[in-house]
Design a binder for this molecule. Structure first.
Ligand SMILES: [Cu+2]
Length: 171
C-alpha cells in the first residue's frame, strides 16, 4: 500500500508543479498563446546515426521555429546507440572534439519535457539524452529575442564531427 502511494505522489507532483508554474508565468507569451500543452503545434524529430530529421524533410535539413508559437517537439532515438539533442550556437572546440554549445537556445526559456506521461519543468533546458528507442516530448515557446540562426547537434564524442548537426532558424 505504502509503495503504491509513493508512486502516485511521484506521478502527480510534476503535474502540480506545472500548474503552479503556469500560474506564476501567466503574463508570459507561452501562457497567452496556449492554455494547455494540448494546444501546441506537434513536430516529429527522428534522431539516428548521424542525423536529425524532421517529418517530411531531408536528413539534417534546416529546422524552422516561429517565435511566439508553442511547439510539442516529439524526439525519438531510432538509432542503435546513445544520442544527445542540444540546441544552441558556437560549439566549444577547445578540447579538440566539439563539446556543447557556448550559447544555448533555451537558456532563458521555460521548457516542459514529458517522458512516459511525467512532466518535468526545466528552465533553460541544456539537452536531452536518449538511449536507443527512447522518446520524449519537449514543449517550448521561443520569443522574439531568440530570432536568428541556431543549430541542433549531438555532442556524444565524435558525432558532431561525423555530421550529426543541423541548422535551426527561429523567425
Ligand atoms: Cu549522436
Amino acid at each position: 500500500m505504502k509503495k503504491l502511494n509513493s508512486q502516485n505522489n511521484k506521478i502527480f507532483r510534476p503535474s502540480y508543479l506545472l500548474l503552479i508554474l503556469l500560474f506564476a508565468i501567466s503574463s508570459s507569451s507561452w501562457a497567452q498563446e496556449s492554455d494547455k500543452p494540448g494546444d501546441a503545434t506537434p513536430l516529429n524529430l527522428i534522431v539516428t546515426e548521424m542525423s536529425f530529421q524532421l517529418d517530411g524533410q531531408e536528413k539534417n535539413a534546416p529546422i524552422t521555429f516561429q517565435s511566439g508559437t508553442t511547439y510539442d517537439l516529439h524526439i525519438k532515438n531510432e538509432g542503435k546507440i546513445l544520442h544527445e539533442v542540444q540546441f544552441g550556437r558556437d560549439p566549444d572546440m577547445s578540447s579538440g572534439l566539439a563539446h556543447d554549445y557556448k550559447v544555448l537556445l533555451f537558456a532563458n526559456t521555460e521548457v516542459v519535457t514529458v517522458i512516459n506521461d511525467t512532466e518535468i519543468v526545466s528552465p533553460g533546458m541544456t539537452e536531452v539524452v536518449l538511449k536507443p528507442g527512447q522518446e520524449v516530448h519537449v514543449l517550448f515557446t521561443l520569443e522574439e529575442a531568440n530570432k536568428g540562426e541556431w543549430e541542433v547537434a549531438c555532442f556524444q564524442p565524435g558525432h558532431y564531427e561525423a555530421g550529426m548537426h543541423a541548422p535551426v532558424i527561429v523567425n
